[in-house]
Design a protein around this ligand. Structure first.
Ligand code: FES
Length: 111
C-alpha cells in the first residue's frame, strides 16, 4: 500500500493520508507521480487540489483556508477548493483539482 509522499499509479485512486492525520481545517502536501497535490480538510469536507498557484507557481500549502477556498500565501489570490477556479487577481487561471474519497481509514486521491 502506498503511503504519504509515495509515487502513485496513474489513473487510479491512491491512499495518501490517514483520515485521522488530517483533522478539520488542516491540509497536507503529497507527491503523486509528477504532481504536487494538496489534500485539504476544510469545513469537514475533503478536497485535493494542485499545490501550485497558477499565478507564479508558488506552493499553496501555507495558504489560509476559508469557506470553500484557499488563499495563496504569496500574493493573496484565492482558489475555489472544489473547482480550482481563481476567485480574484492576481491569479486568472484555475488550478487543477482531483477526485478524493475515503476508504476505511485512508484518504485516497485520483490523479
Ligand atoms: S504566486 Fe500565488 S498569487 Fe502570486
Amino acid at each position: 500500500m502506498s503511503t504519504e509522499g509515495n509515487a502513485a499509479v496513474s489513473g487510479a485512486f491512491t491512499p495518501v493520508i490517514r483520515l485521522a492525520d488530517l483533522p478539520p481545517n488542516t491540509k497536507k502536501a503529497v507527491t503523486l507521480g509528477s504532481r504536487c497535490v494538496l489534500v485539504c480538510n476544510q469545513g469537514d469536507r475533503l478536497y485535493a487540489i494542485s499545490n501550485v498557484c497558477s499565478h507564479n507557481e508558488k506552493p499553496l500549502e501555507r495558504g489560509r483556508m476559508g469557506n470553500g477556498w484557499i488563499a495563496c500565501p504569496v500574493h493573496g489570490a484565492r482558489f475555489d477548493l472544489a473547482t480550482g477556479a481563481a476567485m480574484n487577481l492576481p491569479a486568472k487561471n484555475p488550478i487543477a483539482t482531483f477526485e478524493v474519497r475515503t476508504v476505511g481509514e485512508w484518504i485516497e486521491v485520483l490523479v
